[in-house]
Design a protein around this ligand. Structure first.
Ligand code: SAH
Length: 352
């Protein structure tokens, strides 16, 4: 059977239009978006205050559910990792990360990825397909239901944040990502502030230009991984086609437009991206710009070819940046014991 469009791929404004076109009063559209986004309904039957004819009509034209939970793992540090199966059998990962103040939801935007970064598990199998808006949003709704059923200790009533740091390159799937942002920030959708949402990108030029033009008001992280174009291409071959200068210029322009500092993410790999010379060049590139740096010691993959540097090298790299006046933080990646590095869980299952 052919899949229908997911109803949650439509933004609230389009849903209102659908209800109006069916000749129904406007309050029906509010009831429907409440079910879809506020309650995260997973069956048509749950929508008890909607006329049966409307539910039947919608069910004929749209699918309500796009994901099925295949696996849920909880790490020693509280990180929860999910593997979801999509309607076509493909799988994607999402993660709940308990940060100091808020639970953070890490969501995927593609099945696989075309960027081929050397350190990334998702890159290994290449790109399979883009996710639909509804598939992106349903990850959030399912993670939200999970923390409602089992609150994160100490963060029970805290609003969650969303980071687009799961599988895929969000700016390579910009149209679907943009619609998911609209619903996340719409009053009739998830009613979130853009301050709680962060897009992480490897910075393909075309995608960055679309993002700057759209200026959706969410945070931006640029994954850099090289202080010269040549260094960067060695670890991030496809994003490396865009020059560092262009990627940084666009990132700064975006930051100025949103009046919010952007972040540069730097994966630290032993004997590769941990070289003090790179830290010095990076400091020169970033100094004085509205940017801060997150250093991420690499989460080793199953093949164990690349490894994180030792603590001393990590701190030395950081010191060079902070001494140059660049705000720099070390972000330990959570959930090592449950393979929470981007794409690892899916990869282990595909192999077995
Ligand atoms: N494609 C986007 C979003 C997905 S990757 C991007 O590149 O930003 C999200 C972040 O995870 C990136 O900063 C990436 O560099 C980092 N990452 C990927 N694999 C990793 C690994 N094995 N260890 C540590 N960080 C990793």
């Amino acid at each position: 059977m052919e899949n229908k469009t997911l109803l949650r791929s439509l933004v609230p404004g389009d849903i209102a239009g659908l209800v109006a076109a069916a000749g129904l009063p406007a309050y029906r559209s509010g009831q429907l978006t409440d079910w879809l986004f506020t309650h995260g309904a997973l069956t048509w039957e749950a929508m008890t205050n909607l006329p049966g004819t409307l539910r039947k009509d919608l069910a004929e034209r749209f699918d309500l559910v796009g994901l099925d939970t295949v696996e849920r793992q909880v790490s020693n540090d509280g990180t929860r990792k999910f593997l979801f199966r999509l309607r076509d059998g493909a799988t994607v990962e999402s993660v709940i990360i308990p940060m100091e103040e808020h639970p953070t939801f890490c969501v995927s935007t593609q099945v696989g990825c075309a960027m081929a970064c050397r350190f990334c598990a998702t890159a290994k199998g290449g790109l399979v397909r883009n996710l639909d808006t509804g598939e992106i949003l349903e990850q959030v709704l399912r993670l939200r239901a999970d923390i409602a059923a089992e609150p994160v200790p100490g963060l029970g009533d805290r609003q969650f944040n969303i980071v687009f740091m799961g599988m895929g390159e969000p700016l390579d799937n910009w149209e679907e990502v943009e619609r998911s942002l609209v619903t996340m920030m719409d009053e009739r959708g998830l009613a979130m502030s853009g301050r709680r949402i962060q897009i992480s990108t490897s910075g393909p030029g075309e995608g960055l230009r679309k993002l700057v033009a759209a200026s959706p008001g969410v945070g931006l992280t640029l994954s850099l991984g090289g202080s010269t174009d040549e260094e960067r291409r060695a670890v991030m071959p496809v994003p490396g086609r865009t020059s560092i200068k262009e990627a940084l210029d666009l990132t700064v322009r975006y930051a100025q437009g949103t009046r919010r500092r952007a972040t540069v993410a730097w994966v630290l790999i032993a004997d590769s991206t941990d070289d003090p010379g790179q830290a010095e060049r990076l400091a020169r590139l970033l100094r004085g710009k509205p940017l801060k740096v997150n250093l991420i010691p690499m989460n080793p993959l199953d093949d164990a070819k690349l490894a994180p540097p030792d603590e001393k090298s990590i701190q030395a790299f950081r010191r060079i940046l902070t001494d140059a006046g660049v705000d720099t933080f070390v972000r330990a990646s959570g959930g090592r014991d449950i393979a929470a590095a981007c794409g690892q869980l899916r990869r282990r299952r595909l192999k077995s």
